[in-house]
Ligand binder design. Sequence first.
Ligand code: ACO
Length: 430
Amino acid sequence: MAERHAQLSFDGKEYELPIVEPTIGNAGINIAKLRATSGDVTYDPGFANSAGARSTITYIDGAAGVLQHRGYAIEDLAANASFLEIAYLLLRGKLPTQTELDDWADEVRMHTLLNEEMKRFFDAFPKSAHPMAILSSATNAISTFYEEYHDPTDAAAFDESAVRLLAKMPTIAAWAYKKSIGMPYIYPRNDLNYVENFLHMMFAAPTASYEVDPVIAKAVNVLFVLHADHEQNCSTATVRGVGSSQANLFASVGAGIDALWGPLHGGANQRVIEMLQTIVDDPDATAKSVIARAKDPNDPFRLMGFGHRVYKNYDPRARVLRSYADDVLAAVGIKDPLFDIAKELEQAALEDDYFIERKLFPNVDFYSGLIFRALDFPTRMFTVLFAIGRLPGWMSQWKEMTEDPDTRIMRPRQIYVGDINKAYVPIEDR
Ligand code: ACO
């Protein structure tokens, strides 16, 4: 195909901008040299219209509600893949053979313990500490035990660090929970698989044996798989941005955890449940009154778990979860009034002109919390579960960024609109 260009006409001058071609989806108008040739920059708050990278990891068609990792549909992966299998797919670029997967799982198993000194680290937090704060701090803290693996140009060091992070993240998450309820930390058991081991560390106590329920293990696996990557979302862009300064993988992932915590991103799964609970608790609140608040331009309230920067159709992950939620609730024998409210709210929103015009549909966070809740996870752990799921995505995107010859330190420009050339006024004269 002949090389395509876009023409930009500005201030009486013509600029020819090369096109970056995709395999599928939107092409990119390359403006990298625009400032050098014109003196001006582009303006794009939230980078809603800017591609920061070329990527081979995840493809989304937001209009059609399509999500694929390395070319495989999310529905297929959610139905068939184990979490470590999808981690391998994202990090290594291909589905593993059985031997490769077994070796990979063994490698991860070797690193599930935290250094014993980390126990004192957990002790230092107040009991009320949000587990996302502990998760992010602990991710940075464990980097201090592995400083010889910090060189971002060392591929073998990346592999070591990636395996360590995958292995230790569930241990950190479970210990953050144990800390919050004042119970002893439970050590990993390497005879269990990845998800079973996490459940064991979360819910076992030293005083009694704990059997992992296969229904719960399967549901957590599906949830982790559904969260594994989502191209250049806020936390992933943060991981890439921090990594672009050649900060190490642990530091970059720690920053990604912080970005995920926000209620407009992964923190929405906690907020959805809190929102549904207020409807149950308030006799005057109905699905309709909540929708009316969300539509009110003078009220900052938003319908949590609704809307998405990229999806202008039903989020395919939410679609899987909606039907899966029915099965899980039935399997664990729970009738949750919040689930009925959620379905009512969804129905009311999907029929409302405000939501129809803006193409606002349920996103992954709308139903995930209901499943986590049915599986007995406390609400404040929901975003932590999202983080464990998203970890392979963050790390594969970080790796792709470090290997891309186009990568430069992330350093956007600005358009200055403030005062200039003012004379300093001595403090007594102000
Ligand atoms: N409730 C009510 N109105 C909404 C909602 C919502 N949940 N989401 C978007 N809108 C409205 C906006 O007010 C805006 O209306 P306007 O055109 O009249 O000003 C319009 O829809 C477009 O919304 P933007 O905020 O411009 O969309 P953006 O792409 O910047 O934001 C976001 C996307 C942050 C996800 C937003 O939809 C939102 O706040 N949703 C609720 C929080 C949430 O569920 N976050 C999880 C996202 S998925 C994830 O991160 C895993």
